[in-house]
Design a protein around this ligand. Structure first.
Ligand SMILES: *[C@@H]1O[C@H](CO)[C@@H](O)[C@H](O)[C@H]1NC(C)=O
Ligand SMILES: *[C@@H]1O[C@H](CO)[C@@H](O)[C@H](O)[C@H]1NC(C)=O
Ligand SMILES: *[C@@H]1O[C@H](CO)[C@@H](O)[C@H](O)[C@H]1NC(C)=O
Length: 524
């Protein structure tokens, strides 16, 4: 497959040629604001509270049904412990109040910091498709269109049910579900209910207001444990029928990083530098000493699959040895798996930090926007720098598979960050949310080459940006004819480029074909 090979050669073999192709991109007029909005959304309930709807029908009385109402109350969990004589022993229902593991002095501050991180996590993970929407009556039935969610085997109040009908003798609605049961949290006068606690419930009354008041108390309990599914509820009255879904799922468990706040960004506390090396210890040492000039205490994680490993000495260095030739993506996976900070910076072992390798800028955009990963520019020779920006899209195909399309370029600029754009694939110099990198992972089949494959696997999971003003130097690969190659350099050339281009390019195509189910790759 020519394109991936071309990109590979561009990145690794003949940088100065491709730089001319990629570097002088105009940054666009089209700018989109992806900054956190800080709209604090209510936590578990979509703002729909049972007893607050009283004002709508003040004249209608009801009687609370304690067993159902108490199940609803349990949607707001409590950490209070039922003290007992044996509370020192682990018992099934013992309660550990996690807030207490922090010193009283810092508890409030930690709580606020966690809340801020959580709100940002929610902004990154929720979309308008999760919001609660109601269909107002154009059929006589009012009901929620989307946004109703129940945790497995729990009970919720179904919000937004209502009937709008012409005067008649008797008003009747029916509700039917398949993965749970209906009930009411309170019983309203002059309403007849059939099927409480069953998958089909029928409500009727001669008074429309009473029926509508009753509908505000309807609950749904999930009874079939099968998370990540949805129940389709049929809502019926004479001559009309509507359907809406209730999502059944666990909440997405956040993974937040607890980093002490201070003025400015403490790079050592926020970022780990990750790299993979293979034979090139001279290059690696040069990289490390350049890092230390600017960031003396930042942790560097090295995955190493050389045949005669050399120990890299120094503080804040973790070197992980792997079996010989274990491979490029396997090594990236190992390095990334060991990172404990909120962000990781990926560098190749032949990059060199310079005065404009400002990690603070990358942290800043990751802290303030919903981006998951942000790339910089790699400077090849003093005048050229490459950012390698590509948009990816997958076009639907039939039985033969889908088509991957690769376009050079980006979608839009980032408001507030004039040197940054949003795209799908970036260069090998990037900072990312550690948790997202670990989620996508590097396919360890790709042993000698691979780059775009990671971004293809991450399409739809990663929000990708690139900033042209964060630079790093690339140790020049242009060797002069009269400089003698070291033994190691000769071995490296042989293993990485000559053997690799014979075996691995087929492997990449096979993975695209089988694993990603593409039938072709198109570039423009
Ligand atoms: C509602 O369900 C009952 C049975 O539970 C049935 O007799 C009635 O016809 C249904 N009404 C409508 C409008 O579907
Ligand atoms: C920055 O973070 C590191 C690692 O967590 C810590 O050791 C150091 O004291 C912090 N520096 C400042 C100035 O707070
Ligand atoms: C780096 O760590 C050393 C201890 O290993 C400490 O003395 C020094 O203050 C730290 N420097 C910074 C900038 O945090």
């Amino acid at each position: 497959m020519r394109l991936v090979k071309k990109i590979f050669y561009c990145l690794i073999l003949v940088p100065p040629v491709c730089i001319v192709l990629y570097c002088f991109l105009h940054y666009p007029e089209n700018t989109v604001d992806i900054k956190y909005k800080g709209r604090s959304s209510p936590h578990n309930s979509p703002g729909y509270e049972l007893w607050s709807l009283r004002e709508q029908y003040p004249h209608i009385s009801y009687k609370k049904k304690e067993n159902i109402a108490s199940q609803l109350a349990s949607n707001d969990c409590s950490c209070e412990e039922q003290r007992s004589l044996f509370s020192n022993f682990l018992r099934r229902d013992s309660v550990t109040d996690l807030e207490l593991v922090f010193d009283a002095a810092e508890r409030q501050e930690v709580k606020q910091r966690r809340e801020k991180e959580y709100q940002r996590f929610r902004e990154r993970t929720r979309s308008s498709a999760d919001a609660l929407l109601f269909a107002k009556a154009n059929s006589p039935l009012e009901y929620p269109i989307q946004g109703v969610e129940v945790r497995p085997l729990k009970t919720i109040l179904i919000p937004g049910l209502k009937l709008q009908a012409e005067p008649q003798q008797r008003f009747e609605v029916n509700l039917t579900a398949t993965l749970g049961t209906f009930d009411v949290a309170a019983e309203v006068d002059e309403v007849t209910i059939e099927g409480e606690g069953a998958m089909h419930m029928s409500l009727s009354s001669s008074q429309l207001d009473n029926l509508n008041r009753q509908l505000q108390f309807v609950t749904y309990s999930n009874t079939v444990f099968n998370p990540n599914t949805a129940d389709t509820v049929l809502f019926k009255t004479d001559g009309h029928q509507a359907a809406f879904t209730i999502k059944i799922r666990h909440p997405i468990i956040p993974k937040l990083y607890n980093v002490k706040s201070q003025s400015g960004y403490n790079i050592s506390a926020l970022v780990t530098i990750a790299t993979k090396t293979f034979l090139r210890y001279d290059k690696l040492r040069e990289l490390i000493s350049s890092v230390r000039k600017y960031y003396p205490n930042v942790t560097i994680v090295i995955a190493d699959d050389s045949d005669k490993p050399q120990k890299i000495e120094g503080d804040f260095i973790e070197q992980y040895f792997m079996p010989f030739k274990k491979g490029w993506f396997a090594g990236r996976n190992l390095a990334v798996s060991q990172v404990r900070t909120k962000y990781l910076l990926w560098v190749d072992d032949d990059f060199i930090f310079a005065a404009d390798t400002k990690l603070e800028k990358m942290v800043d955009i990751l802290e303030k926007t919903t981006l998951d990963i942000v790339g910089g520019s790699v400077r090849e020779v003093t005048t050229y720098s490459a950012t390698f920006l590509h948009k990816l899209s997958v076009e639907a195909g039939r039985e033969g598979g889908d088509c991957l399309k690769i376009h050079q370029g980006y979608y839009h600029a980032v408001e507030g960050f004039p040197n940054c754009v949003v795209t799908d694939a970036i260069i090998n110099f990037f900072m990312a949310r550690t948790e997202k990198m670990q989620q996508v992972g590097f396919d360890p089949h790709l042993s000698r080459q691979g780059h775009l494959e990671f971004f293809v696997d991450g399409l739809g999971l990663l929000h990708v940006g690139s900033c042209s003003d964060v630079m790093i130097d690339h140790a020049s690969k242009i060797t002069l004819p009269w400089t003698k190659k070291t033994q190691n350099e000769i071995l490296y050339q042989k293993l990485r480029y000559i053997q690799a281009s014979e075996t691995d390019s087929n492997l990449q195509n096979k993975l695209f074909y089988f694993k990603n189910r593409f039938k072709c790759i198109r570039s423009s």
